[in-house]
Design a protein around this ligand. Structure first.
Ligand SMILES: Nc1nc2c(ncn2[C@@H]2O[C@H](COP(=O)(O)OP(=O)(O)O)[C@@H](O)[C@H]2O)c(=O)[nH]1
Ligand SMILES: Nc1ncnc2c1ncn2[C@@H]1O[C@H](COP(=O)(O)OP(=O)(O)O)[C@@H](O)[C@H]1O
Length: 205
């Protein structure tokens, strides 16, 4: 299905654990990556941009996309649809990019099944549930009800951490970002094995 030159790095973890914050640090240190921009039916937060953070679409548009088979994976998370479009992922992997996904546990399980050989995955969490609550409250982007729902879901999501290749406890931000950068680099090095071009070029040069 894919040209298999690049690799996919999946990040999952409860809402508020620090995935977006860590990714910003990683982007300063790595090259040749592509962030997979998901589509979602949730409302944009203050400061979020359509086509940058997400493609913000309607429920009808999302369901049309499902019908047409446009998603590599999709799931209902915290009461909204979220999904990854197949086309841009295929293109980025074929170009040899490290394609980074920030998706939930359900999405991870689907992508793992479909593209197991090119997937590396990391589960990220806080040192405790209490600290997750603190971060969601101090982020100040969601209502009380939305935060409560995310905390409830976190209690289930955390149980899936063993399905992942790596676990990062995002306590100290510097330490956690170093660990994530190390994983991103290793994932890229591992992806050399996915390309037949390397051997073909070796033979003719
Ligand atoms: N399955 C799936 N999950 C996604 C996708 N995009 C985002 N998510 C997950 O949806 C959850 C909610 O994301 P979001 O509303 O941005 O809140 P945040 O996690 O607090 O930043 C997170 O667990 C994301 O990892 C996607 O394309 N597919
Ligand atoms: N290691 C950390 N220590 C303290 N606060 C953190 C740490 N990492 C992230 N945060 C803060 O926690 C909140 C949630 O982080 P965010 O990156 O939005 O999480 P996610 O993308 O996983 O939902 C933000 O306000 C962020 O500044």
């Amino acid at each position: 299905m894919m040209g298999k030159k690049g690799a996919i790095l999946i990040l999952s973890g409860p809402s508020g654990c620090g995935k977006s914050t860590l990714l910003k640090k990683v982007y300063e240190e790595i090259e040749d990556y592509s962030f997979s921009i998901s589509s979602t039916t949730r409302e944009p937060r203050v400061g979020e941009k359509d086509g940058v953070d997400y493609y913000f679409i309607t429920k009808e548009e999302f369901e049309e996309g499902i019908k047409k088979g446009e998603f590599l994976e999709w799931a209902n998370v915290h009461g909204n649809y979220y999904g990854t479009s197949l086309k841009p992922i295929r293109a980025a992997v074929d170009e040899g990019k490290l394609v980074i996904f920030d998706i939930d546990v359900q999405g991870h399980n689907i992508v793992r099944k479909k593209l197991d050989d090119i997937v590396t995955s990391v589960f990220i969490t806080t040192p405790s549930l209490k600290e997750l609550e603190n971060r969601l409250n101090s982020r100040n982007t969601d209502s009380k009800e939305v935060i409560e729902r995310r905390i409830e879901n976190a209690k289930t999501e955390i149980k899936s951490f063993k399905k992942y290749d790596y676990l990062i406890i995002n306590d100290d931000l510097e330490k956690a970002s170093k660990e994530l950068i190390a994983i991103a680099n290793i994932t890229r090095i591992k992806s050399r094995l996915f390309s037949d071009e390397i051997v073909n070029n070796w033979l003719i040069n």
